[in-house]
Design a protein around this ligand. Sequence first.
Ligand SMILES: Cc1cc2nc3c(=O)[nH]c(=O)nc-3n(C[C@H](O)[C@H](O)[C@H](O)COP(=O)(O)OP(=O)(O)OC[C@H]3O[C@@H](n4cnc5c(N)ncnc54)[C@H](O)[C@@H]3O)c2cc1C
Length: 363
Amino acid sequence: MKIYDYIIVGGGISGSATAFELSHYTKNILLIDKLEEVAKGASGAAGAFLSPLLGKPNNFKDLITHSLPYAVEFYKKYTPDCIDNCGTIRIPKDTIDQEKFQSYIPYMDFPFEEKEDGYFFPIGSVVNSGEICRLLTKDIEKLFNLEITTITYQDDIWILNNSVKTKKLILATGANLSLLNEHYIDIRAVWGQRIDIETTTKVETNYHKECSVSRSIQLEKNLYQVSIGATHNRFEIDREVSEEDTKELLEKASDILKLENINVIKLHGGARAGSSDYFPIVGTLINSAKTIEKFPYLKNGTHVDHSRFERYENLYIINGVGGRGFVLAPYLAKQLVNHLIKNEAIDPQIIPDRLFTRWVKKQ
Ligand SMILES: Cc1cc2nc3c(=O)[nH]c(=O)nc-3n(C[C@H](O)[C@H](O)[C@H](O)COP(=O)(O)OP(=O)(O)OC[C@H]3O[C@@H](n4cnc5c(N)ncnc54)[C@H](O)[C@@H]3O)c2cc1C
């Protein structure tokens, strides 16, 4: 039976961007998803809006500031028909928000100017999320409708569902962590909905206030398509919640601009996967049981150099991209692939180690 160099489980933007980066080095890659196509999970639901993070300086903001221009250039280069870099007007929602915005001005990482009732950021973009995943993986071998339920490591080979084999395995499974029995990888799901509408109103740019409204795409004379996103729920969305979410999005959008003759044409729902500290999770996985067995005093907070931790061989993760997967994934995938191929170090803020060292002290 064929043994792949890499299998990636999960065909969202994290898995698709990783597969794409890896394909520069080997063609012996398989991308697996339990659904019928790429981008049928959260990645198909995303707006997907790319916008700066505003605020006082902090490490997470720095990560977004690095990832955002990287993502914009990446999509322009590899999927130019799927990105509209028309800019975004960020509108403060009230006077408190307006004051906050003013206080952030010294720390703005991107050019902006006052426009309409808010601030226009030329870097703001909207992308066609599903099409991006399809284009990035068009030359990758794919297996759909296959849910991976077991992974075992034997003789330097990972075996999935007792059948598919690979030398290296990458888990990009979003909110589904069932393949990993490691409690320090703490992913929280936040469900949400975006809607696509038809309207007779032409929208000239992207807006963000309490929701995001995309620049319109012309469908026919005097008829346009606009995306509005997104809601946030701590529970899975059923029909009733979906109707409420649609109402909420339409109300919030009408607070930004008047959209005439609206017809809701499509609802997209999905679960964002965020880590407990909001940073993504990228890199090699620590085997917690073996590491604790070797260094039991880790539980008392004793420092052990991370290079001595026991790790799962040839098993990697790219996850925890939360509500900004389309901003983060290209940059993260590049880091993961540079690590896999060139043994370059991954940004210490995003490797799983920090979650393990925090978790182990509580055991
Ligand atoms: C409503 C909504 C709006 C959003 N808007 C934006 C936005 O404007 N901008 C932005 O940047 N981000 C946005 N996001 C966030 C973005 O969608 C996510 O961050 C991103 O899609 C996560 O990608 P992923 O590849 O990590 O996970 P996913 O897209 O969820 O992909 C995981 C894949 O793994 C597959 N899978 C899981 N387990 C298994 C298994 N055992 N076997 C086989 N396959 C498996 C799933 O089927 C799924 O396809 C939004 C999200 C939502 C829900």
